[in-house]
Design a protein around this ligand. Structure first.
Ligand code: RFL
Ligand code: PHB
Length: 394
């Protein structure tokens, strides 16, 4: 098989890139290790920046999001038993975020891809990338007991943190920056009305908690837990009891509990690989960077990466110019590092770090006090949370 761009991975970054290229008349094939149902079963992000919703509109998949998604102009920060609302909309001159699950974004992109008759190869085994330092890269994979080969002009590594693309780069050609946090997030999805109409980020001496949602009848909650905890050891009752202990009186009163539909523990990590281009192979999304989820930036960065990448490839095919592909990595990384900084900082502000001792706690208290009682402090959080524009600093 032959194509212009071989996209490895059918997560949000691969699927969105596929639609952006399709709109520009560039041929692409997506090769995914898992089945479509498996990809849809992963419960992950919930908050979309306007840059991301604009991109989904641009590729024509925004209708259901605008109908079913929830526009949020603010969120609560709860600490020392009191809630403080960050009025993002006012503080940023009218910007909001959209609460709409990654599962739904993925489903909308998958449906559009299928409707357009575009090729996605699911359940591809042993995917390998070859010759990306030449003008004729290749991808091989196994399916139905046979080895297949795709000849292409570019490879887009949209294959997540554990993918094959980054792992195929020679060691000396890549620099990796990493910080692993000493805790994880235990997440529960439940068919219960959310405790509040907006998100609540909770700093408690028992640990961080987050009250999020997927709809007016479906809630998503997270608890900071030690990395050593096993998800099987957390019964639904234990989860709800712990969440209650981290909430304020109003939250405890309003909390509706029910059986969990999904429960999992995710480790927290800050990670960036530089550069993001290796000859004719590009990394995008989680394949190149991970943020701790506190700032809700992962999916949004994946979307901005592929917007930059599609722009670079469109420029290459339309104008025979390599300027866009040459500047891809630098352009992405500037936005990525800004989001990495915010996600690390917001994680440090909201989680419990007993290892920092009493002075760590006092400093965190003072910073929280500053954020919610200073217009400048609150605006800084709001501006980062709603996300940077795509062309910032250009
Ligand atoms: P994905 O979603 O990991 O998709 C990569 C795809 O590549 C496939 N793959 C391969 N395919 C072929 N060959 C191989 N060798 C392959 N290896 C892997 C995988 O099967 C998969 O289908 O990466 P992508 O597309 O870059 O998307 C990134 C986002 O998924 C991620 O950044 C977000 O989920 C992060 N995230 C959040 N982001 C936000 O913007 N807002 C949020 O509110 C938010 N909350 C979260 C999150 C992530 C979380 N977890 C579990 C990590 C909350 C959580 C709990
Ligand atoms: C979610 O709804 O899954 C979610 C929301 C906000 C975050 C992280 C996750 O910061």
């Amino acid at each position: 098989m032959r194509t212009q761009v071989a996209i490895i991975g059918a997560g949000p970054s691969g699927l969105l890139l596929g639609q952006l290229l399709h709109k520009a008349g560039i041929d692409a094939v997506i090769i995914e290790r898992q089945s479509g149902d498996y990809v849809l079963g992963r419960i992950r992000a919930g908050v979309l920046e306007q840059v991301t919703t604009d991109l989904l509109d641009e590729v024509g998949v925004g209708q259901r999001m605008h109908k079913e998604g929830m526009v949020h102009g603010g969120f609560d920060m709860l600490f020392k038993g009191e809630r403080h609302r960050i009025d993002m909309n006012r503080l940023t001159g009218g910007k909001n975020v959209m609460v709409y699950g990654q599962t739904e974004v993925t489903r909308d992109l998958m449906d559009a891809r299928q409707a357009a008759g575009l090729v996605t190869i699911y359940e591809a085994g042993n995917v390998s990338v070859h010759d990306f330092n030449t003008k004729r890269p290749r991808v091989t994979y196994e399916k139905d007991g046979q080895t297949h080969e795709i000849e292409c002009e570019f490879i887009a590594g949209c294959d997540g943190f554990h993918g094959v693309c980054r792992a195929s780069v020679p060691e000396g050609a890549i620099t990796e920056y990493e910080k692993v946090y000493p805790f994880g997030w235990l997440g529960v999805l439940a068919e219960t009305p959310p405790v509040h109409h907006e998100l609540i980020y909770v700093n408690s001496t028992r640990g961080f908690a987050l009250c999020s949602q997927r709809s007016s009848t479906r809630s998503r909650y997270y608890l900071q837990v030690p990395l050593t905890d096993k998800v099987e050891a957390w019964s639904d009752d234990a989860f709800w009891n712990e969440l209650r202990l981290r909430l304020d009186a109003g939250g405890r009163e309003k909390l509706v509990t029910g059986p969990s539909i999904e429960k999992s523990i995710a480790p927290l990590r800050s990670f960036v690989a530089e550069p993001m281009r290796f000859g004719r192979m590009f990394l995008a999304g989680d394949a190149a960077h991970i943020v701790p989820p506190t700032g809700a930036k992962g999916l949004n960065l994946a979307a901005s990466d592929v917007k930059y990448l599609s722009g670079a490839l469109i420029e290459f095919y339309a104008d025979k110019s390599e300027a866009g592909i040459d500047s891809y990595s630098g352009r992405c990384l500037r936005r990525i590092w800004r989001a990495e900084r915010f996600s690390w900082w917001f994680t440090s502000l909201m989680h419990h770090f007993p290892e920092n001792g009493p002075i760590g706690q006092k400093l965190q208290d003072a910073e929280l006090d500053y954020i919610v009682n200073s217009e400048a402090g609150a605006r800084s959080v709001a501006e980062n949370y709603v996300g940077l524009p795509l062309d910032f600093g250009d």
